[in-house]
Design a protein. Structure first.
Length: 213
């Protein structure tokens, strides 16, 4: 099995967790032994999030999607944004808030759960009024946390440990864009994302009756 960052290997990772006896959970209750809390910070692409959610639904997994209200890459208030929220929920996911410090825009679209985007240490682990901060106890413990940030696992791809049931429980943070677009490095993957996003925006221009001749 090759530990690449692809939707194919994401599926294998989920199946490894199921083989290891893990069950899926969210941030509404404290983590119990044997749970896998799948967390996705959606920084760039709702389309990547929906494609990843389809893989999860296909294998019987579900997760919590952290969506931004202040992204420069997507607009949750657009038709596409509303459709993505509806689809993520329809596929069994939960929708929470990926907030940009110091703004918390929790409204009826979101479960009361917050993950800060690129947090500084000063506020990363501070409580958020009226919501769960995913980087606070009992949901966060460095020993039971793994992240794919910048397309690098600091402790290796966790699929083997999941298959062996080696984690008492785990919060696993992944970024859909890394898995939905091809590239051996973060730089390559980001360029693949930008190329696809450019094509998608050309379609939006056409739909907006812009003459592209
Ligand atoms: Zn792997
Ligand atoms: Zn982020």
């Amino acid at each position: 099995m090759s530990c690449d960052f692809s939707l194919g290997h994401y599926r294998e990772l989920l199946e490894a967790a199921q083989a290891g006896g893990y069950r899926f959970a969210g941030f509404d209750t404290p983590p119990e032994p044997g749970v896998l809390i799948l967390r996705h910070d959606v920084d760039l692409s709702l389309d990547a999030a929906v494609r990843m959610a389809e893989v999860e639904a296909d294998v019987g997994a579900w997760s919590t999607w952290f969506l931004m209200t202040r992204s420069v890459f997507y607009n949750l208030d657009s038709k596409e944004g509303e459709a993505a929220i509806a689809r993520l929920r329809e596929l069994g996911g939960r929708v929470a808030h990926h907030a940009v410090w110091p703004q918390v825009d929790l409204d009826e679209r979101f479960d009361p759960v917050v993950a800060w985007h690129n947090p500084d240490p000063e506020y990363m682990t501070a409580p958020v009024e009226g919501a769960v901060n995913v980087m606070t106890a009992p949901w966060f413990d460095p020993a039971t946390y793994r992240s794919d940030s910048n397309q690098r696992w600091r402790h290796g791809c966790p699929h083997d440990e999941l298959a062996q049931g080696a984690f008492p429980w785990l919060q696993l943070l992944t970024h859909p864009e890394i898995w939905a677009y091809d590239g051996a490095t973060m730089g390559e993957t980001m360029r693949a994302f930008l190329a696809a996003d450019g094509e998608a925006r050309l379609e939006l221009l056409r739909a907006d009756r812009i003459d592209l001749s």
